[in-house]
Structure formats: C-alpha cells, structure tokens
Design a protein around this ligand. Structure first.
Ligand SMILES: *Cc1c(COP(=O)(O)O)cnc(C)c1O
Length: 392
C-alpha cells in the first residue's frame, strides 16, 4: 500500500522535534549535529533568536494579502537585495525552482521584447541542478528527475560544465541566455573557475544574451560572500536565489537588472504566495543577521577551519577520500568509497550531511557554527573512517 506521504523520498527513519543552533533533537532522544542544515537552507541554524522573534511578531499581525496589494516587507527586502547586489529589481516566489523559472522566462521575454522571439533557448551545463518543475528539470542534468515524465520541455542546450569553447559553439541564432551555478551543489560541489565565468560574461555581452546565475544553494553568505558571484567579480543579468534567504521559511527570489527585466510588466508573471508578509519577515530577519558587520568574516574563518580539517582527512584517509571541493561553507568531500554509505554511517553516529553527485559528501552547516562544532563533526568523521578502515 502506498504510504499516505507520497514516497518520492528515501527517508531516514528519524523524526526531529526540536532544533537549536546546529543541533537537532529527535523524538527518540537522539541528538544530531546538523551539517546538512535542511540542504543549505537553515543558514542561521535552528530557532535563531532573531528569526524566532521576527516571525512571532509577524504571525500575530498579518500572514497573507496576495500580490494585489503593496507588501511592505517586499519593498524593504527588495531594496536591501538590490543595494547589496548587481540587481535593480526582485521577483519573490516560494522556491528555487520558481526562482529559476522566472529567470528562464525573463531571458525569453527579453529577446521577444527586442524583436527576436526566435531566441528562446538557454545554454545549460552538465551535472547542473535547477529544480523539479518541468522546465527546471529540463534545464538540469539529473536523469532521475526526467525519467518517465514524457517529452522534455524544449529549449535547453547542454554543454560540459567549465568548457567555454562548448558554450561558444552552442550559442546560435535561437539562444536567449546562459544559465549556470557559480558553485554546483547537487552535481558534486564544484566551484566554477572565475576565468570561465568572466568568459561567459563576455560571450553574453557579445551576443546580447542574458547571463543567469543559479545561486539557490551558494547564495546568501554560504560561500563567505553575500553571493558567490562576488568572488569572481563577474556580475550576471539575472540571479535565482532561495534556500538560505528564508532561513527555513519557504521562499525564493529572482534578481535582475533593469535592462533584463524591463519587459516584465504587470500580468507577465506572478505567484499567489510569493513574497507574503510572513516570508518577508523571515527574509528580512535573515538579511539583518547576514548583513551584520563581521558576520561574513565569521563564515570565512570557520569555513577555513572546516576546509583545512577536511583536507587533513583526505591526507589521513587517502583510500576513502580524493579531494576537498566547493567554496566556503559549501564544502564537498569527493569520496573513493560510496558516499551514501558514509552518509548513513555518519547519521548513525550523530552527524548529518548530504550526498551529492559524483560520489561526493556535502557539508553545508549553518553559517553560525563555531570551531567546536567543526571539531565535533570531525571526531565523528574520524570514528566512522577508522571503523571503515578496520573493517575493510
Ligand atoms: C535546491 C536547488 C534548486 C531547487 O530549489 P527548490 O526550492 O527545491 O525548488 C535549484 N537550484 C539549485 C542550485 C539548488 O541547489
């Protein structure tokens, strides 16, 4: 009999009832160190006092009005996001997929508005992940998300990640834009070379197509900058964000320049729930904290500690690990043993992390972790690795 919860996930047999900072407490009394953070969502850990206070204050005032009316929290958060980034304008949705859908639509509409409706295709990358709607699953390179769902949504041309010549060759008279994750998450925690991103920018400019970054996972302080593109000095025309921006409240946003989003007029796009007052209370509260002086310095400092610790494990267990990947607190450990087996062992010992593509372990802890949490995580990793070696 099919479970009442549609079984689209293989779930761990655990129910969490409470969270505090980087810790999760299960109903059976077990405590877990959470280096999964809801898959890079709980940027400030669980029940951060400032988020709790902001949400509690909003819950008693107003939840939802629809986008037929002005929403003060949207006006505030969009101003903050545009002041802090390349963007001039922001569309609020509820998820990463929705943010990418908006980006794809902006690219098509931009070309249409220029009198080039035949330009609708987007150049996308191998091992990419952009969500699970019909368009974003077609944009992504995850076979299991496409299997059995009928004809793929048209309009995506896939080229090898970090291969600029392939992008050049793929751009044609029907190309509207390029969509890329500056740091691939799901696909294996791969940070794109900055020179590659710079060359993408040049190609986009030369062909009057839009450069779109998917920062759903790597954005909002995760890599040690507010947004990962800042490391490269390359600015996109459009950027999708989600995950960390709500700190656990479902929200996403699509940021764009005025030039790119000019044709996005009233009626061209929308979302019933997008940007409602509750979500905006969460988003603004997250921005309060990540914008505090010193916050990103902390992320960089603790990321250095984590990455050095992981590099040390690559040295200590060369038969198990190949290399450290990613950027900042978006850390990956490329495995020589099966990553999912390791995730299971770590779970049994009280450490949560996530598997990623290319046989990688993904560590995306809350940005508020301290050195002691890294040390606690490494103690668990060492115990699991030593047992593994012993049994090998
Ligand atoms: C998680 C993720 C998405 C999809 O986000 P959803 O909220 O699950 O729709 C898209 N792009 C990237 C890079 C992601 O990591």
């Amino acid at each position: 009999m099919i479970p009442s919860v549609m079984p689209t996930y293989a779930r761990f047999d655990v129910v969490f009832e409470r969270g505090e900072g980087p810790w999760l407490y299960a109903t059976d009394g077990r405590r877990f160190l959470d280096f999964a953070a809801g898959i890079a969502v709980c940027a400030l850990g669980h029940c951060h006092p400032h988020l709790v206070e902001a949400l509690q204050a909003q819950v008693g005032k107003l939840w939802h009005t629809s986008n037929l009316y002005r929403i003060e929290g949207q006006e505030k958060l969009s101003k903050r996001l545009t002041e802090a980034t390349f963007a001039d304008t922001v569309f609020f949705g509820n998820s990463g997929a929705e943010a990418n859908e908006c980006a794809i639509k902006i690219a098509r509409r931009y070309q249409f508005d220029k009198g080039r409706p035949e330009r609708y295709r987007i150049v996308v990358m191998t091992t990419s992940f952009h969500g699970r709607t019909l368009a974003t699953v077609a944009a992504g390179d995850q076979a299991k998300g496409k299997y059995g769902f009928g004809p793929e949504t048209a309009g995506f041309d896939r080229v090898p990640f970090e291969d600029i010549e392939a992008v050049k060759a793929a751009i044609g008279p029907e190309t509207a834009g390029i969509l890329v994750e500056p740091v691939q998450g799901e696909g294996g925690m791969r940070a794109a070379d900055f020179a590659y991103l710079r060359q993408l920018r040049e190609l986009a400019d030369a062909n009057d197509i839009l450069l779109m970054f998917d920062e759903v996972q790597c954005g909002v302080g995760r890599t040690g900058k507010l947004f990962a593109y800042e490391w490269s000095g390359v600015t996109p025309d459009v950027m999708a964000i989600a995950k960390g921006i709500g700190g656990g409240f479902p929200m996403g946003a699509c940021l764009a320049t005025e030039r790119a989003a000019a044709p996005m007029v009233a009626g061209s796009h929308g979302s019933t729930f997008g940007g409602n007052p509750l979500a905006m209370a969460a988003g603004n509260a997250v921005m309060d904290v990540v914008s505090e002086p010193g916050f990103l310095d902390h992320v960089n400092a603790v990321a250095d500690i984590l990455r050095a610790a992981l590099a040390e494990r690559v040295k200590r267990f060369p038969e198990m690990f190949e290399e450290v990947r990613g950027l900042g607190l978006m850390a990956g450990l490329k495995c020589r043993v099966t990553n999912t087996d390791l995730v299971n062992r770590l779970f049994e010992h009280g450490l949560l992390c996530v598997s990623a593509g290319d046989n990688t372990l993904r560590f995306v802890p809350p940005l508020i972790i301290e050195q002691e949490h890294v040390e606690a995580a490494m103690a668990i990793l060492d115990r699991v690795c030593e047992t593994w070696r012993h049994n090998a």
